[in-house]
Ligand binder design. Structure first.
Ligand SMILES: [Zn+2]
Ligand SMILES: [Zn+2]
Length: 244
């Protein structure tokens, strides 16, 4: 008699599993799951399911690879962003330090300007500084001119024959000539407004100091009141004692 394949009921009676049950059973080892070549037949539906499963596995692996690649790139980008952030923070810190140093230097310079370059008479930064040769003190031209004219007016108080219009400054160069011509003054002397030393020569203008003051005034704004100085700065405020 020809052999016929065992039916399901026959296998069940023998306690055996069907080939499909063996294929899908997770508890069996792979050697038991794989059908032996001649005895197990995979249905077309299972074959298609297997192909789809393999396709999904391939897709899943590709997706996993892509995700790993994206994760690695994200990690690199994060490190790069962190480095850039640190660089920006360092630059900002350095810039803040430089700005603070510049502000401090500016404040120190302004303090120096206000004390060194300020006229002792009017206490503002000089525009045209003139120096007294006897003591070295320096004043703006306007302050010395007013001071010298006041010295002349003081001497004229003792000149009984001097007209009243000459006894009060301000003076012109022509009025000073008139004082000399009419000998209203017997003598005149000048002193430093600061240390009171006698001054026997006209104040001089130091070129370097003048240029320095001009540069400072230009950089920080003029604080003195501009005024024109005649070609001879002392023509209306200085009388040579030897001319009397
Ligand atoms: Zn002054
Ligand atoms: Zn002086």
């Amino acid at each position: 008699m020809p052999r016929t394949p065992p039916t399901s009921s026959t296998r069940q009676s023998r306690g055996e599993l069907s080939p499909y049950a063996r294929l899908s059973s997770p508890s069996l080892p792979p050697s038991e799951i794989l059908p032996s070549s001649s005895t197990h037949i995979i249905s077309a539906t299972d074959a298609e399911a297997l192909r789809q499963l393999r396709t999904e596995i391939v897709c899943a692996r590709q997706e996993a690879t892509r995700l790993r690649r994206d994760a690695a790139k994200a990690k690199r980008d994060t490190r790069k962003t962190q480095r850039e952030k640190e660089t920006i923070e360092e630059d900002t810190k350095a810039e803040t330090g430089r700005a603070q140093a510049a502000r401090k230097a500016n404040e120190q310079f302004l303090a120096t300007r206000d004390t060194v370059l300020a006229c002792p008479g009017c206490e503002v930064t000089m525009q045209r500084p003139f120096t007294l040769s006897t003591c070295g003190h320096t004043f703006c031209h306007r302050c010395l001119r007013i001071w010298f004219q006041a010295s002349i007016a003081q001497r004229l108080q003792f000149a009984a024959d001097a007209p009243a219009r000459l006894k009060k400054p301000p003076y012109t160069a022509a009025q000073l000539d008139e004082m000399v011509q009419h000998k209203y003054l017997v003598y005149v002397w000048y002193t430093c407004p600061l240390c009171d030393k006698n001054i026997d020569a006209r104040p001089i203008e130091t070129r370097h100091l003048k240029e320095l003051v001009e540069a400072v005034n230009e950089a920080f704004g003029t604080v003195d009141v501009p005024h024109d100085i005649p070609l001879d700065p002392w023509a209306d405020s200085w009388i040579d004692p030897n001319s009397l």
